[in-house]
Each structure stands twice: as C-alpha cells, then as structure tokens.
Design a binder for this molecule. Structure first.
Ligand SMILES: *Cc1c(COP(=O)(O)O)cnc(C)c1O
Length: 366
C-alpha cells in the first residue's frame, strides 16, 4: 500500500522508555528502575490534585465539559488573559498539530532550531511542509532572521527553554526578533519549561499576556506535563489573540481532553506551593550534575529546564545509555537527534545520587 510519501522521510518519535519495558527487558523489579528520561516531575503531583481526580470518578460516564469552562477560567486568571484567548489540548502536542494544520499547506516552510522538539518536524512533514532548520544546534536568532528572509516560512517555532538542549532565550531578544517578523507569519513560542526558566532567571521569563498583546501573530504554548506533574493526563494549552484561537478551534476534535485531565489541571494550577517546591529542588539537584561534569571535564549545556544535557565526546551515548538501562536507570539518548549526548531529567535527591554513582562507575571503568 502507498502512504503519504512525506512520511517516508520520518522516523517514529522515540519517546522515553517506560519503566514497564525496562523491567521486562532486563529482568529488574519495578521499584529498582528509575526513569529520568521524559522530563516528568519526580515529585509527582500535588496530593489535592489526586484527591480531586478520585472525586471526579463518579461522573466519568458523562462526556467532559467541552467548553472547558472551569479550567479556562483558572488559566485566564493565572495568565491575565480572557478565556477566548485560550485553547486546551490533549497535551500541548495537540495544539502544535492544530497550529501547523491551521496555518500551513503542502510545500510551505516551517522554521525551527537545529536541534529542538521533534514533534514540530513530525506534524510539519505529515502535511508535506518543508522543514528549515538553523545550522546552529541551539536557538540563534540572527540565523533565524536570515533564514526567515530566505525561506519566507509560514510558521516559526521558538522553544524556550529548548528541549532537548536546555538553553533559553532572553525575552528582550525574543521581542526584538518578533518586531522584524511579518504579522502574517505564525510564531509559536513553546513554553513547556517556562516555569523553570522564570524561576532560574527572570530575564528568560515570557509573560504570555504581554507578548500576545503586542503581537497578533504569536501562539504561546504551555503544558501540565512537566512541572505540574501531569504527564499521564495529557493536557496542555495555547494562548493567543482570539483570531488565532478561533482558527485552531475549527480543527479541534470535540471532547479532546478528558474529564479527569480537566479536573486535575484545574487543581494543579492552584497548588503553587508544590510548584515552588519542585522548582527549588530541581535547580538544587541540578547543581550535583554540574559539579560532576566539571570534575570530569564533561561538556554540558547550562540548563533552564528540568533536565541537563551532556555532550559526551569520546564516550558513545548509546553505549552509556544502554549500560545505564541494564543498571535500571532510564535516561534519554540523543543519538536520534544526531548528537552524541544524553539528556538527564533531574530527579529526586535519591534518584540523582544513584545515577551519579553509576556515572562515576562508568567513567572510572571506561
Ligand atoms: C513535553 C513538551 C511538550 C508537550 O508536552 P505535552 O505532554 O504534549 O503537553 C511540548 N513542547 C516541548 C518542548 C516539550 O518538551
């Protein structure tokens, strides 16, 4: 059978390996395996969030509230926007897909960083778009500007902090860049890790309401999968001026987010103490990895997110990540991004101690 040819160029997205699979493959016990591969919150989610979900179980036979009234109201308050400026998706992943399909046709160009979130390319290719990447692995806005002039893209993706590398852009630089982009071009600012960046350095903090007021062509994305600890619930959101949201809505499948996800996200947003706790611990713990790298002369990218990416030099990232798997620790091998690097999600102190011991062992015997 012939399929959409654009898909022949695509590799299946490699998600972080689930614990269950490692348990089966390496004959380990589930409690022996730790997963530091998908940038989830190692502290879970707030207790009240779980309680709310239990309560909501009594009405799961009804379809969810498709207006998503409560969560939109909470998000609107949180971000100082109005509900009509919000769309909620089954993960911000879904909003990426809607945005590309709403804006692009076959052979249109989509511009993104040399190494960035894989789904931009996957959804882009699915509709036959032309993917343009900067030579720079990390976001370099001068190069973005040059490629924008050359290729006239319909959509530009800026991921700050960038997954899987961890660098972030200063808001002033983003704003300056946006001033040079035609308002016909949809610029998607993916803020999946913005809570982390804002905590580490206010210069990196993007305030969606300010950006969308100033620019009619911006779609800001956020998610509940990372610091909010709800990766398993698949819920994220987009914030933009009403006109953009209106078009995304034309493509949104009905009931795209479950009742439990809506309830969980709504409560999670209110548990800001838990968020603060998670952020503070993340950066404290990240320091242990930075120290390790500095002691061993391992190159790492200073990170504004909840992970740290190490460039491995002579050590092969596949060798290292497979050895770690055999020891019960899942990290993200970045070989599929064509770099010899691993990305480690910052875990709890206990997780990190164990992984650092293993890394020491590996480097000493290598
Ligand atoms: C995790 C992530 C997302 C989206 O995650 P969802 O679980 O689909 O909300 C989007 N962008 C980046 C860069 C991410 O790392």
């Amino acid at each position: 059978m012939k399929f959409n040819e654009a898909l022949d160029l695509l590799q299946v997205y490699e998600a972080g390996k689930p614990i269950e699979l490692v348990v089966r493959e390496y004959c380990l016990k589930a409690h022996e395996v730790i997963k530091l591969a998908s940038n989830e919150n190692p502290y879970g989610t707030a207790q009240k969030v779980r309680d709310c979900m239990l309560h909501a179980l009594t009405h799961v036979h009804f379809y969810p509230d498709d207006s998503m009234y409560e969560l939109k109201k909470s998000l609107a308050e949180h971000f100082h926007v109005v509900p009509e400026e919000i769309i909620i998706g089954a993960g911000s992943d879904q909003v990426i897909d809607l945005a590309i399909r709403a804006k692009c046709k076959k052979n249109d160009s989509i511009l993104m960083a040399g190494i960035t979130f894989a789904m931009y390319e996957i959804y882009g290719r699915a509709i036959g778009a032309n993917i343009v990447r900067t030579q720079n692995e990390q976001h370099n806005l001068d190069e973005f500007k040059a490629l924008y002039k050359k290729h006239n893209p319909k959509v530009i993706f800026i991921c700050s902090p960038n997954n899987p590398l961890g660098e972030a852009l200063e808001v002033n630089d983003i704003v300056q860049f946006l001033q040079e982009i035609d308002s016909e071009v949809l610029v998607v600012i993916d803020g999946a890790y913005q809570e982390y960046a804002a905590f580490k350095d206010r210069k990196m903090k993007i305030v969606p309401t300010e950006i969308i007021k100033q620019f009619p062509n911006i779609l800001y994305l956020g998610t509940f999968s990372k610091v909010y600890g709800l990766g398993g619930m698949r819920i994220g959101y987009g914030i933009a001026q009403k006109e953009i949201i209106k078009y995304l809505y034309k493509l949104r499948p009905p009931f795209n987010v479950t009742t439990l996800s809506l309830v969980a996200a709504n409560q999670a947003l209110k548990e800001q103490d838990f968020i603060e706790y998670s952020l503070k611990n993340c950066f404290e713990q990240m320091g242990c990895y930075e120290d390790f790298c500095q002691e061993r002369g391992i190159e790492y990218i200073p990170s504004y997110a909840n992970f740290i990416t190490m460039k491995l030099g002579k050590v092969n990232s596949t060798t290292l990540s497979e050895w770690l798997l055999s020891q019960g620790v899942i990290v993200r091998n970045l070989a599929s991004y064509n770099i010899n690097a691993i990305r480690i999600t910052i875990g709890t102190q206990e997780h990190n101690k164990r992984l650092l011991l293993l890394l020491k062992e590996f480097y000493e015997t290598y």
